[in-house]
Design a protein. Structure first.
Length: 388
C-alpha cells in the first residue's frame, strides 16, 4: 500500500467470536504509529486538530476515500449459512457548491488499490459496488432529478432509486452538519435510509426504502465499507465528523426459509431420535381413569336427558279422563280444628283466605332423579384423580 496515500488514524474496533464487528469514530486523532483498520486514500486528510476528516480539497476533480480495511461477508461461510445485516450512521457536511457530494460505498477488497481520483467517487468501469450517494449536482447523463437528492447506486452511477431531500426541508450542500442512518436488514432484504440535522434523534420514517438482497449480490465474497467523495467540476469540500458501523448476523428463526433445508431437517430428526419419550405407568393409569370416568359421565348424562325429555309425560288413568268431571279434595286447617269436604267441578265452591292445599286425585308416573348419583360419581372421580 502506497504510504503517500495512506494515513493511519485512531479507531475503536470491537471484535466478536463471529466475523462481526463494530466500528466507532466519535473523534479522530492522528497516530501514524498505530496500525489502524482505517485508511485514507486520494485527497482525504485529517483536519481541525484530528476531530474530522476532509475527503476532498477545494479544487476541481478532487476525490477522497475513507475506508475500513477489515473485510466482512454478507453470507457467513459456516453451517448453516447466515446472512449478515448492518447498521451505520455518520455525520457530515458539504460546502455550498454543486459537486458530486459524498457516498457510503461497499466495494471489493481490491478497490482501494484501484481507487481513481478522476471519476465520481473513484469508481472505475466494470467494478461491482453498492453506493448510497448524497448528491448535490444534477447530471442528466446519470438520471439525476435535481441537485439535492439521495440515490442508491448498484454497480452503476445511474441510480436505481432517488429520493428528494427537499421533502425533509434540508439542503445537502448548505454547509450545515447533517447525520444519516443507513440500515440493511438481511431477513427482510431491505435498505432503509434516514437523514436529519446533526444532533437530532433518528427519524422514525425513512427517507427511502429500497429492496435489495446483498447476500445475492455479493454471495460469499469479502467486501469493504467506506465513505467516498468527489468534487466534480466544482471546488466543493465534504467533511466527515463521526462514523459508526455495526455488522450483525440474523438468527435462523428469522429467516423466511433455511438456506439449506435438508441440513435443518436432518438436525431436527437427530434431536427427535435422541429424545424419545418413555411411557410412564402413572400417566397411563391416570389416562385410563380419566377415560373411564368420561365414559360413565356420558352414560349418566344420557340417562339424565332421557329422564327429562322422554319420561316426562304424566300417565292418566282412563277413569280420570279430562272429559269427565274430576273430584278434588281439600283440607281446611284453622288452629286445632280441621274440616274436610268434597265437591264437584260443576258445583260452585267457596274460596277462603285460609291455608288451602289442593291434592290432585289423578295418577302420575314416578320419575327418577339422577342428581344424587351424578354428584356421587363426580365426587368419586375427583377423589381418584387426587389420589393418583
Amino acid at each position: 500500500m502506497d504510504s503517500t496515500h495512506l494515513l493511519t488514524i485512531f479507531s475503536l474496533l470491537t471484535l466478536a467470536s463471529k466475523p462481526i464487528f463494530s466500528l466507532s469514530l466519535p473523534t479522530l486523532h492522528p497516530n501514524p504509529s498505530f496500525d489502524s483498520d482505517l485508511a485514507l486514500f486520494g485527497d482525504a486528510e485529517i483536519v481541525n486538530g484530528g476531530s474530522s476528516i476532509q475527503l476532498t480539497r477545494p479544487i476541481a476533480s478532487s476525490s477522497g476515500l475513507l475506508i475500513h480495511t477489515k473485510p466482512f461477508k454478507f453470507l457467513e461461510s459456516n453451517h448453516p449459512i447466515k446472512p449478515i445485516s448492518f447498521s451505520t450512521d455518520f455525520s457530515f457536511s458539504i460546502s455550498p457548491h454543486f459537486g458530486d457530494g459524498l457516498a457510503l460505498v461497499i466495494v471489493p477488497t481490491n478497490f482501494p488499490q484501484k481507487f481513481s481520483g478522476k471519476t465520481s467517487f473513484g469508481f472505475s468501469r466494470g467494478i461491482k459496488f453498492l453506493g448510497i450517494e448524497f448528491d448535490t449536482s444534477m447530471d442528466s447523463n446519470v438520471g439525476d432529478e435535481n441537485a439535492n437528492h439521495v440515490g442508491v447506486d448498484v454497480c452503476s452511477l445511474v441510480s436505481a432509486r432517488v429520493s428528494n431531500v427537499s421533502s425533509l426541508n434540508l439542503v445537502l450542500n448548505s454547509g450545515v452538519k447533517l447525520q444519516t442512518w443507513i440500515d440493511y436488514d438481511a431477513s427482510s432484504k431491505g435498505l432503509e435510509i434516514r437523514l436529519s440535522k446533526m444532533g437530532n434523534a433518528k427519524p422514525y420514517n425513512p427517507l427511502m426504502v429500497f429492496p435489495i438482497d446483498l447476500g445475492e449480490l455479493w454471495k460469499g465474497e469479502e467486501v469493504l465499507v467506506g465513505i467516498s467523495s468527489s468534487s466534480g467540476n466544482s471546488v466543493q469540500t465534504s467533511t466527515v465528523y463521526s462514523w459508526n458501523f455495526r455488522v450483525r448476523s440474523v438468527p435462523n428463526w428469522m429467516h423466511s426459509q433455511p438456506v439449506d433445508p435438508r441440513l435443518h431437517s436432518d438436525k431436527g430428526r437427530d434431536r427427535k431420535a435422541g429424545h424419545k419419550k418413555v411411557p410412564c405407568p402413572l400417566t397411563m393409569l391416570s389416562g385410563l381413569i380419566l377415560a373411564v370416568g368420561c365414559g360413565v359421565l356420558v352414560v349418566f348424562m344420557a340417562l339424565f336427558l332421557w329422564t327429562i325429555f322422554v319420561n316426562r309425560t304424566a300417565v292418566i288413568p282412563e277413569e280420570y279422563s279430562l272429559h269427565h268431571p274430576t273430584n278434588f279434595g281439600y283440607k281446611k286447617e284453622a288452629g286445632l280444628c280441621t274440616q274436610q269436604s268434597l265437591f264437584h267441578d260443576d258445583a260452585p265452591a267457596t274460596q277462603t283466605n285460609d291455608n288451602l292445599a289442593l291434592i290432585a286425585l289423578v295418577g302420575r308416573s314416578p320419575t327418577i332423579s339422577p342428581r344424587p348419583l351424578l354428584m356421587s360419581f363426580m365426587a368419586l372421580t375427583l377423589h381418584l384423580q387426587a389420589y393418583f
